[in-house]
Design a protein around this ligand. Structure first.
Ligand code: BES
Ligand code: MN
Ligand code: ZN
Length: 485
């Protein structure tokens, strides 16, 4: 069960812990009963993300929560601080804090709505724990998180809590989907989830099966699926507001399990490959929020869902697949499957005539080698649109770094028998993957997010909880809400 975030005018008497904001300089709130030098001696100097638990005899624990330089904290700092508070509170189930009610001039460019949204997100995301498939499911400690906000800012805070509950809820949905074992979430299951979510959240939904995909000329997803006993699904979701101000298309990689196919991965490399559908999960979770958040643009989404398995019927090295847009690819590595299914998804997205397209995919180990586990790669064909994606990443603290769409590397994909090979070899793997995708977007402004690195974390870390991160969900929501032609 996800925790509840609520609003109060003063600290409720019954809570287990109270988060007390403390800056790096200035007075230390009296409730802590500790001087600045005492806190410093204990290793707490008010830096964002720092906490110090002061146990109290007969009353809630008072937890000092670092907020950095006075007047310098922004929404990302507040999200991090709220998460640190939840982590520090440990098993305490009810927490209250004034974090979202720092004097307005203490918050850099952050109004009451944004402050409460960020604190809500930090608390709920840090409070998340995957239930697992267990006789006694894992539970998370956090039950209620109360934002104590004065009268002047309470209307804004209420809106912020509502929005943060929706955005964090979406990221949690994406985490749950990606954490789910492959036999418990097949492509068919994913499509069924999408239908349920569409019905709950005012979207239209169409589901395409193998024969329909084959008839549509989607040779990429059909080809990748050939080795699998689980059939593929492509899901098209549409959100249409009244008088849309623009049209955004989202395409998600939904490889429900990536074994590598005949180019079989080593065993250990498969351990997290149930999460190879994290892109599709982020897109589905995003779509589910658009009505609640009153998105003003039309958004169409494609979830490209299949396993990638080796078998007697699997696609072979040297085979050539023909995609929806008529282009062909020679398969020189069946483990470069993501781009093959995205090729069909991008082609279909272009046919809808959007103003811009984003794809999101756990696409390359090369991107993880280049940028590590805390940054996604972004590559695109239109700098103003890539800049919008970068701004959404900054706003949500789901950070990205741009890699170039370097045309000089296109020859690494040259093929003697088809329009291109599907793997460009050892060098610049994240870029050659993006070059492959760029063949399917025509002239439409497009950005590609490679989320292989930040797909998951090995241990709890601030608002990230062990396992799948749901990375990209809040980024895509922010992008969609700010999008206009
Ligand atoms: N799903 C993987 C990429 C991946 C690796 C995601 C690790 C998350 C963590 C993708 O399908 C893949 O196998 N990519 C290959 C491409 C290569 C064969 C050109 C890779 O990165 O090795
Ligand atoms: Mn692969
Ligand atoms: Zn993959």
């Amino acid at each position: 069960m996800t925790a509840t975030v609520q609003l109060a005018r003063s600290v409720p008497k019954t809570v287990d812990a109270v988060g007390v904001p403390v800056a790096t300089t200035g007075a230390v709130p009296r409730v802590l009963g500790l001087s600045r030098s005492a806190l410093a001696a204990l290793g707490f100097d008010g830096k964002p993300g720092q906490t110090f638990v002061v146990p109290m005899a007969g009353g809630p624990a008072q937890i000092a929560v670092g907020i950095g330089e006075p007047g310098a904290i922004d929404a990302n700092g507040l999200r991090t601080a709220a998460a640190a508070l939840v982590r520090a509170a440990g098993k305490r189930v009810t927490i209250a804090t004034t974090l979202a009610d720092l004097a307005p001039d203490a918050m850099k460019g952050t109004d009451a709505v944004k402050a409460a949204q960020a604190v809500t997100e930090g608390a709920l995301l840090a409070g998340y724990r995957y239930a697992g498939i267990k006789k006694e499911p894992n539970t998370s400690s956090l039950a209620t998180f109360t934002l104590v906000v004065g009268e002047k800012r309470s209307a804004g805070a209420r809106t912020g809590i509502e929005r943060g509950t929706v955005t964090a809820g979406a990221a949690i949905l994406a985490r749950d989907l990606a954490n789910t074992p492959p036999a418990h979430l097949t492509a068919v299951d994913m499509a069924n989830k999408a239908v349920a979510i569409a019905n709950e959240s005012g979207l239209t939904v169409e589901v395409f099966n193998r024969d329909q995909l084959a008839a549509m000329g989607c040779g990429g997803i059909v080809g990748v699926n050939k080795g699998s006993v689980e059939p593929p699904r492509m899901v098209r979701l549409t959100y249409t507001p009244r008088n849309p101000v623009g049209h955004l298309a989202l395409v998600g990689k939904g490889v429900m399990f990536d074994s590598g196919g005949l180019s079989l991965k080593p065993s250990d490399s498969m351990l997290t490959m149930k999460m190879d559908m994290s892109g599709a999960a982020a897109v589905l979770a995003t779509m589910g929020t658009l009505k609640a958040l009153k998105c003003k643009s039309k958004v169409t989404a494609y979830l490209m869902c299949t396993d990638n398995m080796p078998s007697g019927s699997a696609v072979k090295m040297g085979d050539v697949l023909t995609f929806r847009n008529g282009k062909t690819s020679e398969i020189n590595n069946t483990d470069a499957e993501g781009r093959l299914i995205l090729a069909d998804g991008l082609s279909l997205a272009v046919e809808d005539g959007p103003d811009a397209i984003v794809d999101i995919a756990t696409l390359t180990g090369a991107c993880m080698v280049a940028l590590g586990r805390k940054l996604a790669g972004v590559v695109g064909n239109d700098q103003p649109f890539v800049d919008k994606v970068r701004a959404a990443a900054t706003a949500t603290d789901e950070n990205v770094w741009q890699l170039p769409l370097e045309k000089a590397y296109r020859k690494q994909l040259d093929s003697h028998v088809a329009d291109m090979k599907n793997s460009g070899g050892a060098h610049a793997g994240a870029i050659t993957a993006a070059l492959f995708l760029s063949e399917f977007v025509g002239d439409v402004p497009w950005a590609h997010l490679d989320i292989a690195g930040p797909m998951d974390v090995d241990a709890d870390d601030g608002w990230l909880s062990k396992g799948a991160t749901g990375f990209g969900t809040r980024l895509l929501i922010d992008l969609a809400l700010g999008f206009a032609k």
